[in-house]
Design a protein around this ligand. Structure first.
Ligand code: SF4
Length: 197
């Protein structure tokens, strides 16, 4: 099956999914958005209120900040990036995901990564970094350092909601994204323009 067709099929599977208790409290599952052949995949933690209402990834305040950062890098959702989350359904009151929920939902994300086959993975915040790299990963100390995950390049950085809570982290996050632009030029498109890098 072609990757795009399998992604579409998985989209419908996720809409029906009842594999963990979050299906009882969700409004709409959030599969993820972006082109199936994006060079970059961004992975957050879980849908928030706005995402749960609409079924779209990163559209609330955090999403708007993420769009600004991407735009400064000259990356755009409809061209360069696929955006999704570890969990496809919103935990009530945005509580932290339970380990069992992550374990149950993770196969969707792993297959999405395989199908999109990005040159670069970017994890946003502690939850996706710990999920892929191990529970000892420390986002405050290890963000901005390239990791090798299953033969793929992975850059851990802060979640935009953390930047909204603590604007002092914005400088560090921007440095991380500048590193991503440089790697993108190296691996994907040497002519990628960005006025800041
Ligand atoms: S969070 Fe994942 S595993 Fe749980 S119901 Fe939603 S899609 Fe299914």
């Amino acid at each position: 099956m072609h990757n795009t067709e399998r992604l579409k099929e998985m989209f419908y599977e996720v809409q029906q999914c009842k594999k963990c208790p979050l299906h009882k409290t969700r409004n709409k599952p959030v599969f993820g958005n972006g082109l199936p052949d994006s060079s970059i995949i961004l992975i957050g933690e879980a849908p928030g209120y706005d995402e749960d209402q609409t079924g779209k990834a990163f559209i609330g305040k955090s999403g708007k900040l993420l769009d600004k950062i991407l735009s400064a890098c000259n990356f755009h959702r409809r061209k360069h990036v696929f955006i999704g989350n570890v969990l496809k359904c919103r935990p009530p009151q945005n509580r932290n995901p339970e380990p069992e929920e992550v374990k149950t939902c993770l196969p969707y994300l792993l297959e999405q990564i395989e199908l999109v086959d990005p040159a670069i993975i970017v994890t946003l915040g502690a939850v996706p970094a710990k999920t892929l790299l191990g529970k000892d990963f420390k986002i405050t100390q290890q963000h901005g350092q390239w990791q090798l995950w299953q033969g793929r390049l992975l850059m851990p950085t802060f979640h935009p909601s953390a930047l909204l809570r603590d604007p002092a982290k914005k400088y560090d996050a921007w440095e991380d994204f500048k590193t991503i632009v440089i790697k993108y030029r190296e691996k994907v498109d040497a002519s990628h323009a960005c006025q800041f890098v």
